[in-house]
Unconditional design. Sequence first.
Length: 100
Amino acid sequence: ALAPYDSLNSEPPYTISSLKKSISLAETINISKRNTHQRTKIKSQHHPHNRQTRANKKTQYKSQSKMKNSPFLFDSVAENERIDEQNKIHLARQTLCLHH
């Protein structure tokens, strides 16, 4: 409720200048909240853990692209295929021996 107007005071309790001050204070508070939110967001992006994660991803991407055409990778794949084939032959021989 509005305070009663006191005729002894030189101005009413709610003047235009006091309303302008209230509005500018509210705007200042909103700007401050927004800036604090943005600052917190940027800080979290630059947190050492996040920087390390980004660095790890970058390193992993580089190593993956280097390994894509690496002769070692082809040798490794060929070796795994050879081992798988040997294991299949060994298991097949074991099952034949068990059934006879």
